[in-house]
Design a protein around this ligand. Structure first.
Ligand code: ZN
Length: 456
């Protein structure tokens, strides 16, 4: 979260809707203040200082001249920055120490990737009596499903082999091969960055001893397969559904081929199987209504998170911002009220950055075991064991439970100052699957799948 950042103010406000502009900056500053207030309530001087800044922002007026408002916004941001400085001296950012990749790390990774290549050979093998083929057939469906899954698996093994070769021992954040990143959350062992030849994989730093080595290698295999499929150029995957409670098996065969967790599951099954053992792979689990609600939330939030990151990406050419997903950005701007024609280019980008941070915060809760929804008779929504609210009995479908639970989580994040625009975030999560080019590439398969879960 960029809580310590102070949003920039455009140099020239003429031609922009001043009251919309002021409203937006106030929402951002208000969230930053709530965030700090929440964590500084035991200080004697901070609450007063924060109140002064808040009052000052309330006194700003959009009915005067553009130049006058610009000076006001600028001054307001300086006041916010001074307050943030106070906050930071009490809460120094726990910046994780940088970590360089060691020879030992690379050896362990090389070993894990060698196992994955061997897994690939096993799976591709025509020796049907070994049972590997049936593992793939069970997981992805016979015929076309199996062929496509095997092709993806082979590309993944090749991608991971490339990353071993490109890794740079002794370097911090080389942006090549395997890179250690102490900043990855605890729930995430690895994270693919990019796709195709430029892609690389970040890993949470890990320790290896002679006694734990085999275990570390085995533990790396499923996440490497998962992230490796994201990093592929041709047959890449996304995260429609994570591997929690076997829910990835509930996807339709078409969607399983594009979902990283299904390949990750294949790796887990392969590791658990004795080589002569014939396996019956995952079959779609019977989900309760609240479990279906959680699947819907995870799927929507995961896409909202990825898409929010995509639409903010730009490069500057000839002094102008060029957005990577121009058309999608225009649709997105409309959804979240960030159209450059109304709020200007600077604030528009600020709003997209806020959206992306908010989606990231939401993802860390919804995409993790931190979120819990209990089954009826009392449907309770809690995060980290803290109850946010309950959903009444007469709410009957998984879709309704999902949207109420999302609202509870987002409202709670807004209260804590982690989300400045809760309404825009909820709208984004709700609507982005309809606009997402990736989802559209499946025609209606994903939305049909969601609707099936929602209404059943
Ligand atoms: Zn993933």
């Amino acid at each position: 979260m960029r809580l310590s950042t102070v949003p920039p103010v455009p140099a020239d406000l003429s031609g922009l809707d001043l009251s919309v502009l002021l409203e937006n900056y106030r929402a951002i500053v208000g969230a930053r203040l709530r965030y700090m207030d929440d964590r500084m309530s035991d200080s004697t001087s901070f609450p007063g200082a924060s109140r002064t800044v808040s009052d000052w922002w309330s006194s700003l007026d959009a009915s005067g001249s553009a130049a006058g408002l610009r000076r006001g916004l600028d001054d307001g941001m300086k006041r916010l920055a001074r307050l943030q400085h106070l906050y930071v001296t009490r809460h120094p950012a726990a910046a994780p120490a940088a970590a360089a990749l060691t020879e030992e790390h690379l050896n362990v990774l090389r070993e894990a990737v060698a196992w994955i290549s061997m897994m690939d050979e096993n799976l591709q093998s025509d020796w049907r009596h070994l049972g590997w083929r049936s593992l793939v057939e069970e997981a992805f469906g016979k015929g076309v499903g199996t062929t496509a899954a095997l092709a993806c698996f082979s590309e993944t093994a090749a991608t991971l082999e490339r990353l071993v070769l490109e890794s740079e021992v002794g370097k911090v954040n080389s942006g090549k091969g395997f890179v250690l990143d102490p900043g990855l959350p605890d729930s995430m062992a690895a994270l693919a960055v990019g796709r195709g030849p430029e892609s690389y994989i970040k890993l949470r730093p890990f320790m290896v001893t002679a006694a734990t080595r085999a275990q570390v290698v085995a533990g790396l295999i499923p996440p490497l397969v998962h992230e490796g499929t994201h990093a592929n150029e041709g047959r890449y995957t996304v995260d429609l559904i994570y591997r929690k409670q076997g829910l990835q098996a509930a996807l339709t065969p078409d969607l399983r081929l594009k979902n990283a967790a299904n390949y990750e599951q294949l790796a887990v099954d392969w590791l658990n199987a004795g080589i002569w053992q014939r396996i019956v792979g995952a079959s779609p689990p019977k989900l309760t209504r609240t479990e279906r609600a959680v699947v819907i939330m995870r799927l929507k939030v995961a896409r909202a998170w990825v898409c929010a990151d995509n639409v903010k990406v730009y490069e500057v050419r000839d002094g102008r911002m060029r957005f990577k997903y121009k058309n999608f950005r225009a649709v997105a701007a409309q959804l979240i009220g960030a159209e450059a024609a109304t709020v200007g280019e600077v604030l528009s980008q600020v709003l997209f950055e806020e959206l992306s941070d908010a989606a990231d915060t939401l993802m860390k809760i919804v995409g993790d075991v931190r979120l819990e929804i209990t089954d009826p008779p009392t449907v309770m929504v809690s995060v980290d064991g803290r109850v946010l609210g309950s959903i009444p009995d007469y709410i009957s479908t998984a879709g309704e439970i999902a949207s109420i639970a999302l609202r509870l989580v987002v409202t709670d994040l807004a209260r804590q100052g982690c989300v400045a625009f809760p309404v825009a975030l909820l709208r984004w999560v709700d609507k982005v699957v309809d606009e997402d080019p990736f989802i559209a590439s499946f025609s209606t398969a994903v939305t049909d799948f969601i609707n099936g879960l929602a209404t059943s």
